[in-house]
Write a protein of this length. Structure first.
Length: 274
């Protein structure tokens, strides 16, 4: 079951790298304050056994994203963080380029790449909107949990259209909301275990909208030269804990009950470049 997503356990046997991963901003906020020392000491065992991230919503969404990939090709991972998707794609044989605006994330991604001695993945620290990748360079582009962080999301889609080959595939995954709210002032995107939204100082950390529904996202894509071929919701019961320590049990429950709940948390859209 674990083999479907983010199989860092088959790649990372190094305690040092695992601990650095768990100290990254994106991971630290997933760990309750009273378990931080436990996570730093023993978290690598969980990663070795169950992969990463240790968050059932991310894993459910990852199953969807990875299931839509064509069998081979060059992949651009926009907003790659420290390579959560990129390393899994490289393991599967894709030629992967990850781009992220956060220097902390790219530095960690490069360290992991060096530890794994991978040759089919590279990372670029840049704002995707300003970085000029070659036109029609990629067969696939994935942009996961990123569009809501970009004020001019239409420009982002235009850029993706430019770098994809004709008939290339774009997979976009975003927070789902039935009614999209545009924020007058961008909102901090990190949520603590006390349910507070906080700013950490990381680049690209703010939300400019609450999320997307299928109509809003389809309209955005189709207006910029894409044809939407499929959309899927990531669903999970509200009562499940997102505790890292309880991840093995919670993930199994989430898989078992995801088809029975109406609680849509994420929206993933697959589109073809015309």
């Amino acid at each position: 079951m674990w083999r479907y997503i983010m199989v860092f356990n088959s790649l990372l046997g190094k305690q040092r790298i695992c601990r650095v991963m768990l100290n990254h901003t994106a991971a630290k906020l997933e760990v309750p304050p009273n378990l931080k020392s436990v996570a730093q000491r023993y978290g690598y065992i969980f990663i070795k056994l169950f992969g990463y991230p240790l968050d059932y919503v991310w894993r459910l969404r990852a199953r969807t994203v990875l299931s839509h990939l064509p069998p081979k090709g060059k992949v651009l991972d926009v907003g790659c963080s420290f390579g959560v998707f990129a390393f899994e794609l490289a393991r599967r044989g894709y030629d992967v380029t990850g781009v992220d605006v956060n220097p902390e994330s790219i530095a960690l991604a490069d360290n992991i790449k060096e530890a794994l001695a991978l040759r089919n993945v590279r990372f670029v620290c840049a704002n995707f909107l300003n970085h000029e990748f070659p036109a029609e360079e990629f067969d696939v582009a994935i942009i996961v949990e990123v569009l809501e962080h970009i004020k001019d999301d239409r420009l982002a889609i235009q850029k993706l259209h430019r770098v994809l080959k004709k008939d290339g595939v774009m997979i976009a995954s975003v927070p789902y909301t039935s009614e999209v709210k545009e924020f007058v002032e961008p909102a901090p995107s990190f949520i603590t275990h006390e349910k507070e939204r906080v700013a950490t100082g990381s680049p690209g950390e703010f939300h400019f909208r609450s999320g997307y529904n299928s109509d809003r996202l389809a309209s955005l894509l189709e207006g910029e030269g894409f044809a939407v071929t499929q959309h899927t919701y990531t669903k999970a019961p509200r009562i499940l804990s997102r505790s890292m320590i309880l991840f093995p049990l919670v993930y199994v429950l989430a898989l078992a009950f995801s088809d029975w709940t109406k609680n849509s948390m994420k929206l993933t859209v697959v589109a073809k470049r015309l």
